[in-house]
Ligand binder design. Structure first.
Ligand SMILES: Cc1cc2nc3c(=O)[nH]c(=O)nc-3n(C[C@H](O)[C@H](O)[C@H](O)COP(=O)(O)OP(=O)(O)OC[C@H]3O[C@@H](n4cnc5c(N)ncnc54)[C@H](O)[C@@H]3O)c2cc1C
Ligand code: FES
Length: 253
């Protein structure tokens, strides 16, 4: 159930030079959000900005988002202080389909680390055997890491030198067989992770991060083309309302 809430910033933590982690007080979102969903946060400019839910603390009524500063809106959000009141719409979109999942490989690139963090905690708490592969540009970007994760960096100054695919190739067959793959990151990365999964015969879900405006399925600016058995060979889905999670095999890449 999505709603617009007036929320209070509870905590602000810089994770690295350009990424801030916000704890936001909103008991309804903390209680109802599931991994894969996102919220739209006001930033004092036209249009709220979408962010994947990175974690929740139901007892304290908090949810968390990580925000990488890439433009004006995210810069303004990074300047929020504890006690500030903000407007949040959420939780939005559909979560990951976890039906029948008893083994999982989670793959994150860049800010995909945030929704993957929420999913990883949820799966572990549910007793699902979970392997996490994280990809970053270099060590200065590494956040929300755990020693049990497979870490890759493009530069090679932390973890395996290479991309998430090199991280996936390093996994034992015992972690791969029968797993479902969940991936959030840049589009090119998700495309190749999906191909990797297909070659191993694994089901793969991706979370798309299209440019969004309304976030609730009205403006049609966040279209993802999916395969269809019609004249055109495709139809349009709305990333915000029908996604942001999609089956890798349904997306036209
Ligand atoms: C479902 C969803 C979940 C997201 N989750 C997160 C998250 O957990 N953490 C996080 O830091 N960011 C996340 N994003 C991306 C975030 O919404 C954008 O970075 C933000 O809206 C940019 O706002 P801005 O005003 O700072 O940038 P703008 O000034 O609008 O743009 C600055 C730059 O960012 C790029 N950009 C803008 N919007 C997006 C987008 N949607 N996806 C990719 N690049 C974009 C632009 O192309 C431009 O290069 C998510 C996006 C979506 C759609
Ligand atoms: S952002 Fe408006 S329909 Fe998706």
């Amino acid at each position: 159930m999505k709603q617009e809430y007036k929320c209070t910033i509870d905590s602000v933590e810089m994770l690295n030079s350009d990424t801030v982690y916000l704890g936001i007080n909103c008991p309804d979102i903390a209680l109802n959000a599931v991994p894969g969903q996102f919220v739209n946060i006001s930033c004092g400019r036209f249009l709220k900005r979408p962010f994947g839910i990175a974690d929740t603390d139901k007892d304290k009524g908090l949810f968390f988002v990580g925000v990488k500063i890439v433009g004006e809106g995210t810069r303004l959000i990074s300047e929020f202080k504890a006690g500030d009141e903000i407007s949040v719409l959420g939780p939005l979109g559909n979560g990951f389909d976890l039906t029948g999942v008893d083994k999982a490989i989670l793959v994150s690139g860049g800010t995909g680390v945030f929704p993957i963090n929420f999913l990883s905690k949820h799966l572990k708490a549910s007793g699902v055997e979970t392997t996490v592969v994280q990809g970053f540009r270099d060590q200065s970007q590494v956040i929300l890491n755990d020693p049990s994760y497979v870490l890759t960096t493009d530069s090679g100054d932390a973890g395996i030198k290479g991309t998430c695919i090199d991280g996936l190739d390093s996994l034992d067959m015992s972690k791969i067989e029968g797993a479902t793959v969940f991936c959030v990151g840049p589009i090119v990365m998700m495309k190749f992770v999906g191909l990797w999964a297909r070659n191993k015969g694994l089901k793969c879900y991706v979370s798309m991060e299209q440019r969004m405006a309304c976030g609730i399925g009205i403006c049609l600016c966040c279209i993802v083309k999916v395969k269809a058995d019609n004249e055109d060979g495709y139809y349009n889905k709305r990333c915000c309302k029908d996604g942001p999670v999609f089956d890798y095999e349904e997306v036209i890449w």
